[in-house]
Design a protein around this ligand. Structure first.
Ligand code: ARG
Length: 430
């Protein structure tokens, strides 16, 4: 469990009001848990039943998030500890994004990232925790694990794992259900274990919570379209309009960040990290709860992965859209018919991608809406901050420094997992 001194919240651009925000750590949560010290699972279950009889709402803690905009009460913020470079694998050839850098380096780095780079990211992640706490949001952190360990399964091996920074990719709250994603990359197969203790605690404390884990995929070679990496740009353009990427449909595959929530309706993007079988799995699991699972297509993204830099739901009937990745016309019509408005995001103020980043300049759009009128934005993205204030009706726009986290594959939305928002199953597509 992560134990670090209180982070400095004084980095430039930090909202002054948040400097005093105290951080309540994951461990302090656990100490309050009525289950502390119980070892036997069976006993705990019986104990849980007894507790619930006495006080049906032990401490009122619950898992709940139907939307992207409900008042945020509790969330998990990722950690960069022990981060490693992603190894070459069928779902990812990291050096492909930086042919120039590859030339300069000669060999693409492997194994652990430098401590300096980990510390810089952690400082910004810790500061985000302070900002959230200052806004009255309870925060939890993943367990610190050693990602430099190799993985060997019956179907694949990788030389090391990745990092538990982009928690958004591994798990999602849909209403009262936590869904562990299958993941799509081999080096991220067990990343979910970093939040398992949080899931266990929540599940014990909230008698209504449902906890689902999507079937663990084999991630055998036949789940990947290995030739994708050899396609020319022209080949990729042709396949992109058919939504064919580097994964096949052999088994359900999805990262949780390919999903966005609008109450009764959730939208999932077919991508490099999510296949149609994955979307179908979600549909079958969630239909009995009355949740409608739709797909959302972005035909101009050559290598889409994770919807949160492409199509960012800001509030009821309002979406921040990516001018270079418009949603497919047929999908757009469905939103428009239901009265939704799209606002195009401007070009990033800082379009630079840090070295070794696997993401695009559009991490600028990866903002974190923490309430109906409150949003956290990377501090350098002034244009977007203005847009959110003046065009999208946000009263509070909180700038935080976050560019040292970009290298880990995400920004403010990616590195969080909302466990509790004050919202409900609204029907905005009646
Ligand atoms: N693939 C996206 C882009 O390059 C970045 C997505 C980051 N999101 C996430 N949840 N990790 O624009």
């Amino acid at each position: 469990i992560r134990k670090r001194g209180k982070a400095s919240a004084s980095s430039a651009g930090c909202h002054p009001r948040h400097v005093l925000g105290t951080r309540r750590s994951f461990s302090s949560w656990r100490q309050q848990s009525p289950w502390k010290g119980h070892r036997s699972f069976g006993t705990e279950v019986n104990h849980a039943a007894a507790q619930h009889k006495k006080s049906p709402k032990a401490d009122g803690r619950k898992l709940n998030a139907w939307t992207q905009w409900g008042e945020l009460k509790e969330c998990v913020v990722g950690v960069a500890d022990n981060a490693c470079f992603p190894p070459v694998q069928p779902a990812m050839i990291p050096e492909i994004n930086d042919p120039m850098l590859r030339k300069v380096l000669g060999e693409w780095p492997r194994g652990r990232k430098s401590q300096r780079c980990v510390d810089a990211a952690n400082e910004e992640l810790d500061n985000l925790v302070n900002v959230l706490e200052g806004e009255g949001v309870k925060t939890l952190r993943p367990e610190v694990m050693d990602w430099s360990q190799p993985l060997n399964t019956p179907f694949f091996s990788v030389e090391n794992q990745y990092v538990a920074c982009c928690v958004r990719d591994t798990i999602i709250t849909v209403g009262k259900t936590a869904i562990e994603a299958t993941m799509s990359r081999r080096d991220r197969y067990f990343e979910i274990l970093a939040v398992r203790q949080i899931l266990r605690d929540l599940w014990r404390e909230d008698p209504e919570m449902l906890w689902k884990a999507a079937p663990k995929p084999s991630m055998a070679d036949d789940m990947y379209n290995l030739s994708w990496w050899d396609w020319t740009e022209k080949d990729r353009y042709e396949h992109m309009h058919k939504y064919q990427y580097c994964i096949t449909n052999e088994e359900p595959l999805f990262d949780a960040a390919d999903i966005t929530r609008c109450g009764k309706d959730i939208f999932v993007q077919p991508s490099m990290t999510c296949n149609y079988a994955g979307i179908e799995w979600l549909r079958r699991e969630l239909a009995p709860q009355g949740i409608r699972v739709h797909s959302a297509h972005f035909p101009y993204d050559l290598a889409p992965s994770h919807i949160d830099c492409t199509f960012v739901v800001l509030g009821p009937r309002l979406v921040l859209t990516n001018p270079e990745r418009p949603i497919a016309e047929r999908d757009a019509a469905f939103w428009k018919e239901n009265g939704w408005d799209f606002v195009d995001c401007g070009q990033p103020d800082n379009p630079e991608r840090p070295a070794f980043s696997q993401s695009s300049k559009w991490l600028s759009m990866n903002i974190f809406v923490i309430g109906p009128s409150k949003v956290i934005v990377e501090e350098q993205e002034k244009g977007l901050q203005e847009l959110l204030k003046h065009r999208c009706g946000f009263e509070t726009v909180i700038p935080v420094p976050f560019r040292n986290v970009f290298e880990y594959g995400g920004s403010l939305h990616c590195s969080t997992w909302d466990t509790c928002r004050e919202d409900n199953m609204v029907d905005l597509f009646p």
